[in-house]
Design a protein around this ligand. Sequence first.
Ligand SMILES: [Zn+2]
Length: 373
Amino acid sequence: MIPDSILDRARALHESSLVTDLHADTFLAVRYKGSDIARRHARPIGWAPFMLHCDLPRWREGGVRAQGLGIVATKLMTRSPREHARATIALMHETFRKNAGEVELVRDPDELEAAAGRGKLAAFLGLEGAHMYEGDLETVRELHEKGVRYVTLAHFFSNDVVSSSSEKHASVKLTGFGRDVVRELNRLGALVDLAHVHEESFHAALDASESPAIVSHGGCRALRDHHRNLSDSQLHALAARGGVVGVIFFPWYLSRNPLVSLERIVDHMEHIARTVGARHVALGSDWDGFVWMPRGLPDAAALPRLTVELVRRGFSDDEIHGILGGNFLRAWRSAIAVSDAGKVSSRQGASRNTSSEESHRRGAESAEASPRT
Ligand SMILES: [Zn+2]
């Protein structure tokens, strides 16, 4: 039995947080199965493709205020990834228009906060693989214009930007085009996402990036030695630049035991907190990404149970607010502060950007912040 005092504190923390999940593949099912995000789907049991873990009713029930939504186009799905990405984005825009009372596309942290303040789910878009640019920098700008705000440099396969973690040896670290992509994303204030990226490419891309990078969905190799997870040296490098790791909920990346429960997610969060500090932890469910969920956390509606476990483990209120969304927003604001737009407004002395720059400095110094013990 969990004491009422813990349940009450967890509920209050969850409700007062800008709960933000960095990555879900919900639009795979919207696109391929015609699923309707406005409809409440049954809780999935075990594994099955396109069994939805989330939809607008369950995001709401789970207290999710903002959701990163992936755009996926592997070479197994299409021979024209750029066209595929454009079509998926058009479908996303149409879906948001249809459900305008409930969900809003957001392009920066201020819009995210405003949408959440209006009681809507703030949706932000992530491109899962820079191969969708097809080697063209103009496409980086075009997809940014259409709302893409985080870019996973690789997906299941290596591409003309970086090597994927699925390769044993990195065929490339960061190509010349990759360097241009990172620079362009920095300039635009979009986040470089290093999930799925080979360790050697990870370090090369991090070195090339002026702003903090994120890992939108991943775990720790110290707890589960899998190529999709981060070594401690990767955690240190990411944290030193002010980045965050959205801890994935997929049992296979959390443990060798495929039937773990939600406590295992918090084990990975604790490892990151002990190694580099709780301010580098975020949520990265990978809902709807052809994965199954741990026991106790079958879908988005159950998310408050994760907050209960964070309270039970002794994380402070500030740490929990950060993990549930604040840490990611800080990283995103830092990326905007070093972008062209951020530099212009800071020259104009806008007060909002002064605070963004401060948070960027704090981000850069975060490696010195004392880790949790
Ligand atoms: Zn993924």
